[in-house]
Design a protein around this ligand. Sequence first.
Ligand code: HEC
Ligand code: HEC
Length: 472
Amino acid sequence: MSKRYTIGRDLLIILAASALLALTSTAFAQDRGNPQGDTPLDQQLEAVLLDAGFTGRIESTLESRLGRHVDHQLADLGRLLWFDTLTGLNDDNTCGGCHSPTNGFGDTQSIAIGIENNGVVGPNRTGPRNMRRTPMIINSAFYPRLMWNSRFLSLSGDPFDNGAGLQFPAPEGLSLSSQPHLLTAQAFIPPTERTEVAGFAFPGDNDAIRAEVLNRLNGSPAYRRLFGKSFREVKDGGPITFDMFGQAIAEFEFELTFANAPIDRFARGNRNALSDDEKRGALLFFGAARCVQCHSVAGQSNEMFSDFQDHVIGVPQIAPLITNNTFDGPGMNEDFGREQISGDSADRYKFRTSPLRNIALQPTFMHNGAFTSLDDAVRHHLNVVESALTYSPASQHLAADLSGPQGPIAPVLARLDPILAAPVTLSDMEFAQLMAFVRNGLLDPRARPEILRRLVPRAVPSGNPVLVFEFP
Ligand code: HEC
Ligand code: HEC
């Protein structure tokens, strides 16, 4: 059996590669990179990063905050589950169908396609649309609030600390609070989502769906053996539980921590990690372009380039022609965002500030993928009103089935966050520098698709067909 899916080997290669990268960057950390010492540009950026609370060392806090080493055997079981449609009761989707290694374990689409898909993960994926774009999973171990409207959160403000409770909307509420990490708790949710993986045929509530998923896992000798390697109770004949499923999934997510980007290496002392243009772009990001006011790096943001708060930034409201979700508003072509959770109309159209690490890996941007060009997504922030009023799905080459009647933009702009109210003017050169920083300065090379593709198993324990990934 173990010949058919290579447990651990690919993961080991990645780990060895990561260790090597870590070694080289420590070596670099000694070497200030510039024989004449820091240039004025270096000194300026160093001061700005210090002031913003950025250390470039967040990745190294993972294991101390977990209070243990990452368990590679358990993570590898999580990896197999990630790619196996067995736990999707509709038999045609799994985490990897939306959180794809082709794109930093994020979406290949503007708006996710869940059940009734064509088995392809990439530009040629088809099927009815859900409501929002799938965020990238890499580095999500550090997110204190999850989802586009922050509806899953650790009340302590720290995803590693469940002490104040882990909050989810009804029916789960605070019932998942004993899970050790916000991601372990989160893993209880996707299998129950009918439009994502569960389908509409199976009767019953979330607990009934979870019980059925466990029936499937416990009915699989291959999974019983794999869970038995990590959980003594299973080895001794006891059942696989949902806690175990959640732990395996979260462990895989912990392993997907790729937060050693050029900006981190610069902050740790390697002055050659960024080009001069990227350094000037970083100064704009942390200064005149005011990005850091929301894409923040201090304190509970865990250096993820997000304040994990919700804001209205005037994103055009695109709508799919065929959807299995229910959109908001009289035309059923709007997304009310945070208001769906708070019930407060002052929160209408608010979405969580996107963490920006590794953003260059995404094919589309914003909660609904309204932009397919990273330049345009950033430019939108510089002059929101102009961008929103001149927007058209055609100009972004959106998929044909995303050209449903657009939701109204006037009520969105009426609620625009005051920080973005006045446009910012950048010269072409400044804009290019800002983009060089956003694109390269935040990208950890270990998250590139040519490396992540090694995580796709050739076969999965259930024997179900593996989804077809369209790598570039
Ligand atoms: C149908 C596509 C789809 C599938 C399948 C899917 N997800 Fe997601 N996932 C999404 C979307 C879309 C969101 C954001 C939803 C929202 O904010 O309303 C999301 C959000 C998340 C987040 C929060 C990320 C963040 O930045 O806050 C995590 C963690 C996550 N999913 C894990 C999983 C796991 C684990 C599985 C499998 C057990 C899974 N997902 C299956 C589409 C999917
Ligand atoms: C007022 C707060 C705020 C400011 C200031 C701000 N952003 Fe954003 N940004 C957001 C929010 C909120 C989102 C997600 C909006 C959505 O999807 O509806 C976002 C989304 C993005 C995205 C798309 C990310 C993704 O996952 O799709 C990029 C890129 C981005 N911002 C870059 C920048 C840059 C660069 C600047 C400075 C020029 C900036 N932002 C300034 C709040 C802000």
